[in-house]
Design a protein around this ligand. Structure first.
Ligand code: ADP
Ligand code: MG
Length: 625
C-alpha cells in the first residue's frame, strides 16, 4: 500500500520536490542539482542512485519501478527548480538517469514476458551491434505553402513520423502536398539503436544467447561500442509488427552502465568461497584441474594442461611506452580429422566463465571480428556488428576450422590476437573494438591430414605471421597404434555405456586419464564444472609476480633455445616457427597462469619449470618429423 500514487498528482509533485531538495542538498553526491547547475556545462543529466532513493523514500523508489511518470516528474521538477532556485536552464535533452539498481530485480533477456511491459528493470548484456548515432525528430515544424501557416507536431511515436494531413488554418485547409517540413526550425535529439545479447556466463550447456533491441537517446547515444558489457536500466516496451497482432519487445534505456574490468555476476556464495579456499590449498590442485578438462576425451594430457592454463591466463602488462602486452594465452590444435579437436573446443568454451564457440566458416556478416553493415535493424544507416572475438572479450574464444577463415577476417585477426583490438573505420563509423580473449583454435593440416613424409611446419596451411600469434601449437597425428587405440576404444565404449544410464555430470566422475602415455589410471574428475568455473573467476583476479628463481630459469631456457635453433636451422629466414621474444612472453604467461591455479600471487620455480616443459614439448613435437 503505497502512500503515494500517480493519481495524486499534487502529492507526487511534493514528494519529488522534497527528494530533489533534501537528497541533493544534504548528501555529497557527485551530481547534486546545484553541482549540476554550477559546474556541469552541458547540464544534460542528473544521476540518481536508486539505493539512496530507496533509503530516502522507499515508496517513491517502488513507484519508480512500475510507473514511467515518476522519472518524467523528476525531470520536470528538476528543470523547474533549477530555474527557480538557481536561475539556470537545463539542456533541452536533459534526463534523470537512474543507476545502481538492486541485484534481485535483474531481468534476463530470455525471461522477458508481457507482464514486464512498461516496468523498469536492469538487464545485463553484451553489445552485439550498434547503429551510427542518428538525429531523431522530437518536434517537427511545418509550413503551409498556400497561407504560410506554421504548424508544430511533437513526435512521440518511435516508429511513425506525424505530419499534418491538411493545413490547420481552417480558412485555407490545403492538402498535405502543400505542406512543407521545416527541418531548420525542427528539434532533434541523438538516437542510437543497440542490440544486446545475454552474456555467456548466464548461459548453460551450449544455449544460444538471446538478444533484445535497446533504444538509447540523448547522452546515452554513442556511449557504447560492440563488445562492451553493459547494464541497461530501462522500461520494457513493445512495438507493433506490420500487418500483425504480434509485437516485438525492446528496452527504452533510461541509463546504460558500462561494466568495469572485473565484471563478475557469477555468484560466489560464502560456501563456495570456503570450497575454493580448500581447493587452492590442496597439494594436488594442479593435476586435479588438468584432470577436470574434457574428461570424456582420452589422453592428450599435454593439451589438457595447456587449455587449463589458458583458462587461468597470464597477466596483461603495460610497457613504459604505453603499449600493452597481452596476458591471454593462444593455442592451436592442428591435426587429423576425428581426433576430438572439436569436442575439446566445445567443452572448454562451455567451461570458461566467458566462453564463445565459433567456426572459421562463420555464417554471420560480422564473421569472427567485426563488420559495418547496412541492414534492416538500422533502417538504412550503418550498423557496427561484433564478431565472436569481440563478444568473447575478457574470456575464451574457441575457433574451430581455423584453416577455413575467410580472407576478410584473416587481416583483422593478426591485430585481434596480438594488440587485442580491432579498428573499424568505415562509412562514418570510427571505432576500436576490444578483443582481449584467449584464442583456442583447431585446424586441419594442409592436405586434410598429416603427411608422414613432410615436415610438420610445412603442412600448417596458415600464414606464418598469424602462426606466430600462437603461444602453443599442438600437432595431432592419428597414426594407428594398437595399444593406444585399444585404450581410446575402451574409454569411448565406457563413456557411452555409462552415458545411457547416468547423467553427463556423473559420467565425468569416472574417467580415465593417461599419465605420460604410459599407464592407464582411473581417477575421479575432482572438480565439478560449476565450482571450477567459480575457481577460475576467482583466480583471474590475482596478479602474480615473478620470483627471482623463476625469472632466472626462464631466461636461461630462452637463451638456450635461441642458440639451439640458430645452430640447427640452415637458414633462419626459412624457419616457419622461429624462436623470438614472443616465446619468452609465452613462457611468462604460462608461468603466471600456473601460479594462479593455486591462487598464488608468486610465480615460483616450479611454475617456471612447468612453463618450460610445456613449451619444450610443443616445439619438439613440431620439429619431430
Ligand atoms: P575433430 O574435430 O578432431 O575432427 P571430433 O571432435 O569431431 O574430431 O571427434 C570425433 C569423435 O571421436 C568424437 O565423438 C570424439 O568424442 C571421438 N574421439 C576422438 N578421439 C577421442 C579420444 N581420444 N577420446 C575420446 N573420444 C575421442
Ligand atoms: Mg572438428
Amino acid at each position: 500500500n503505497n502512500r503515494i500514487s500517480v493519481d495524486d498528482e499534487e502529492g507526487l509533485k511534493e514528494v519529488v520536490e522534497e527528494f530533489l531538495d533534501r537528497y541533493y542538498d544534504s548528501q555529497g553526491t557527485e551530481f547534486t542539482l546545484r553541482d549540476l547547475i554550477e559546474s556541469y556545462p552541458g547540464r544534460k543529466h542528473l544521476s540518481i542512485d536508486y539505493k539512496r532513493l530507496e533509503f530516502f523514500d522507499p515508496d517513491l523508489a517502488d513507484l519508480l519501478l512500475v510507473e514511467p511518470l515518476v522519472i518524467d516528474e523528476l525531470e520536470k521538477k528538476a528543470r523547474e527548480m533549477a530555474l527557480e532556485k538557481y536561475d539556470a536552464n537545463l539542456d533541452k535533452g536533459f534526463n534523470v538517469r537512474v543507476k545502481n539498481l538492486p541485484d534481485d530485480i535483474y531481468l534476463q533477456i530470455r525471461n522477458i514476458r508481457q507482464h514486464h511491459i512498461n516496468r523498469f528493470f536492469p538487464i545485463d548484456g553484451i553489445v552485439q551491434k550498434a547503429t551510427q548515432v542518428m538525429p531523431q525528430a522530437t518536434l517537427a515544424v511545418f509550413k503551409c505553402e498556400e497561407c504560410h501557416e506554421i504548424m508544430e507536431i511533437r513526435q512521440k511515436s518511435e516508429t511513425e513520423f506525424k505530419s499534418p494531413p491538411k493545413c490547420y488554418n481552417e480558412k485555407c485547409g490545403a492538402g498535405s502536398s502543400k505542406i512543407e517540413f521545416l527541418e531548420k526550425k525542427s528539434e532533434f535529439r541523438d538516437f542510437q539503436k543497440i542490440k544486446i545479447q545475454e552474456p555467456p556466463e548466464q548461459l548453460t550447456g551450449g544455449e544460444k544467447p538471446e538478444d533484445i533491441t535497446v533504444k538509447a537517446k540523448d547522452d546515452l547515444a554513442g556511449k557504447v561500442t560492440p563488445g562492451n558489457r553493459v547494464t541497461v536500466n530501462g522500461f520494457v516496451k513493445i512495438e507493433k509488427r506490420e500487418n500483425s497482432r504480434i509485437y516485438d519487445p525492446y528496452v527504452e534505456a533510461n541509463n546504460i552502465e558500462l561494466e568495469e574490468q572485473e565484471f563478475q555476476r557469477i555468484e560466489i556464495s560464502s560456501g563456495d568461497e570456503e570450497k575454493i579456499r580448500k581447493l587452492s590449498e590442496d597439494p594436488q590442485i594442479y593435476s586435479k584441474i588438468i584432470e577436470s578438462m574434457v574428461p570424456a576425451v582420452y589422453g592428450y594430457s599435454n593439451i589438457k594442461e595447456a587449455v587449463a592454463l589458458q583458462l587461468f591466463s597470464g597477466q596483461p602488462k603495460k610497457n613504459p611506452d604505453g603499449t600493452r602486452i597481452r596476458g591471454d594465452i593462444h593455442t592451436l590444435l592442428i591435426g587429423d580429422p576425428g581426433t576430438a579437436k572439436s569436442q575439446i573446443l566445445r567443452y572448454i568454451s562451455d567451461l570458461a566463465p566467458r566462453g564463445v564457440y565459433a567456426s572459421g566458416k562463420s555464417v554471420s556478416a560480422a564473421g569472427l571480428t567485426a563488420a559495418a553493415v547496412k541492414d534492416e535493424f538500422s533502417e538504412g544507416a550503418f550498423t557496427l556488428e561484433a564478431g565472436a572475438l569481440v563478444l568473447s572479450d575478457q574470456g575464451v574464444c574457441a575457433i574451430d576450422e581455423f584453416d577455413k577463415i575467410e580472407a576478410e577476417d584473416l587481416n583483422a585477426l593478426n591485430d585481434a590476437m596480438e594488440q587485442q583490438e580491432i579498428a573499424v573505420h568505415k562509412a562514418g563509423i570510427d571505432s576500436t573494438l576490444k578483443t582481449r580473449c584467449a584464442v583456442l583454435s583447431a585446424a586441419n593440416p594442409k592436405y586434410g591430414r598429416f603427411d608422414e613424409f613432410e615436415p610438420i611446419p610445412e603442412q600448417l596451411n596458415i600464414d606464418p605471421t598469424l602462426l606466430s600469434r600462437f603461444d602453443l601449437i599442438f600437432p595431432i597425428t592419428d597414426k594407428p597404434d594398437r595399444d593406444r587405440d585399444n585404450r581410446i576404444a575402451e574409454h569411448i565404449l565406457n563413456t557411452n555405456r555409462l552415458g545411457e544410464k547416468r547423467k553427463r555430470e556423473e559420467v565425468m566422475d569416472r574417467n580415465i586419464v593417461d599419465e605420460g602415455d604410459a599407464e592407464v589410471v582411473r581417477v575421479k574428475s575432482e572438480i565439478e564444472p560449476d565450482l571450477l568455473r567459480k575457481y577460475v573467476a576467482k583466480a583471474r583476479q590475482i596478479s602474480p609476480v615473478m620470483t627471482q628463481e623463476a625469472r632466472d630459469k626462464l631466461k636461461e631456457f630462452y637463451i638456450e633455445l635461441r642458440n639451439e635453433r640458430w645452430d640447427s636451422s640452415s637458414s633462419v629466414d626459412e624457419d616457419p616457427l622461429p624462436i623470438t621474444a614472443r616465446n619468452l612472453e609465452a613462457l611468462i604467461r604460462l608461468g603466471e597462469a600456473s601460479a594462479r591455479t593455486r591462487l598464488s600471487d608468486k610465480v615460483k620455480l616450479k611454475d617456471a619449470e612447468r612453463a618450460i616443459r610445456i613449451v619444450d614439448n610443443c616445439l619438439s613435437k613440431v620439429k619431430e618429423s
